[in-house]
Design a protein around this ligand. Structure first.
Ligand code: ADP
Length: 152
């Protein structure tokens, strides 16, 4: 018997959950994609955040629902406006890595008040390849798994 309290074991279990085991597939669009097409993609793919890439999946920006709503509110011709003018850009994007803990990724979302963080790996000088995403839904799923599996 380890002598650890049930509470301590629970904490250690939660802290052992890793981004690499919970990440989901990122939905990406290119920088030149129009705001109109990005809105269509968001509906068709049923996601709340799109990631903008250039070249070989190099992370360039983030598009939230409100970013696209804001772009749609003006008198713009939405098929003529590229997402690169309305997205949040690198290096202002909060990211996480495959071997970060899920608690760390959730903390980043809370601290920066965003709905998701892209999972990236270094792909060169100041370049990051996007390989996944962690969203608030990911955290809800992990929470339900913890709650439904009480025998740790
Ligand atoms: P919404 O704007 O629909 O409420 P978010 O809270 O996720 O969705 O996004 C708020 C703002 O933060 C948006 O302008 C978005 O581009 C930006 N954003 C979203 N995710 C990130 C992130 N991981 N890092 C930095 N900025 C982000």
């Amino acid at each position: 018997y380890s002598g650890k309290s049930a509470n301590q074991l629970l904490i250690e279990h939660i802290q052992s959950l890793m981004v690499k085991d919970y990440k989901s597939r990122p939905v990406v669009v290119q920088e030149k994609t129009s705001v109109y097409d990005a809105i269509c993609t968001m509906f068709l793919e049923d996601v709340g955040t799109l990631y903008v890439v250039k070249g070989q999946n190099r992370l360039s920006g983030v598009l939230s629902r409100k970013d696209l709503l804001k772009a749609a509110m003006g008198n713009h011709e939405l098929t003529a406006v590229p997402v690169s003018v309305v997205m949040t850009r690198m290096p202002n994007i909060v990211t996480c890595k495959l071997d970060d803990t899920l608690v760390h990724a959730a903390g980043q979302m809370m601290r920066h008040q965003v709905d998701s963080v892209p999972v990236v790996r270094i792909a060169g000088d100041e370049e990051w390849e996007i390989i996944g995403r962690i969203t608030k839904t990911t955290i809800a799923r992990a929470f339900v798994e913890l709650g439904e599996n009480i025998s740790i």
